[in-house]
Design a protein. Structure first.
Length: 230
């Protein structure tokens, strides 16, 4: 079955794949997760706001991002961000953003729509009685959200947030379309250089499976632990 399968090319390329490719992938995942959670939380609060314009704008943004293919959004931001940045700072020529920061901006803005819906569900899971009690004690809306609602919502939604982050980790492989050297992009370069597509793609698939499966098991155990505490 493995006749002609070159294991040596994997051994020779492993250091490069993990040093360059996986570092890029993990860094992008962490930055996009952090930015997405922060921006998504703000969007969730806007969607639940009693001010209709804010709720409408947040809802329109979320629905737009959730209705457009991610790869198309990556292309949009990669080609448009340099011109938008030049327009904002008043430059005539497009600014240099680079594939990495274009990817960070893209994934942060895109994933924020999904984190928004997760956080909105978490906020709505908190009893309205707690909100009413905090307001009765003299806390304003932002104090109530920051001290009472959001800490509990984050705790309730941690497993779902981590599950979405695993999906984000897998989706980062799409940045190879803008020639970014993520884990898959690094493997593609090696595969094209050594003409070993089967070996490289198989190795990438195995690594993604191991990381995702391990993380999913951790989320499952965490979910059971939180459920017992509650």
């Amino acid at each position: 079955m493995f006749a002609g399968y070159d294991f040596d090319v994997i051994q020779r390329s492993a250091w490069y794949l993990f040093r360059e490719g996986m570092t890029f992938t993990v860094t992008l995942t962490l930055l996009a997760m952090t930015g997405g959670v922060v921006f998504g939380t703000l969007l969730a609060m806007m969607r639940l706001s009693s001010m209709r314009p804010l709720a409408w704008m947040a809802g329109a943004y979320v629905n737009l991002m959730r209705s457009v293919p991610l790869v198309l959004v990556i292309f949009w931001f990669f080609f448009l961000v340099p011109y938008i940045g030049a327009w904002l700072i008043g430059e005539k020529n497009p600014i240099r953003v680079g594939a990495f920061w274009s990817a960070v901006i893209t994934f942060t803005m895109f994933e924020a729509a999904y984190y928004c819906e997760i956080m909105r569900a978490g906020i709505q899971s908190i009893s309205r009685g707690q909100v009413a009690a905090s307001l009765a004690l003299g806390l304003n809306y932002w104090q109530t959200m920051g001290q009472i609602v959001l800490p509990q919502a984050f705790r309730n939604m941690v497993p779902v947030l981590l599950t979405q982050t695993i999906i984000l980790f897998q989706d980062t492989s799409l940045v190879y379309v803008i020639s970014a050297t993520d884990f898959l992009g690094a493997a593609v370069k090696v595969a094209n250089r050594d003409y070993r597509l089967v070996e490289m793609y198989t190795f990438v698939a195995v690594v993604y499976f191991i990381v995702s499966f391990t993380a999913s098991n951790y989320v499952y155990r965490l979910q059971k632990r939180i459920a017992v505490i509650r």
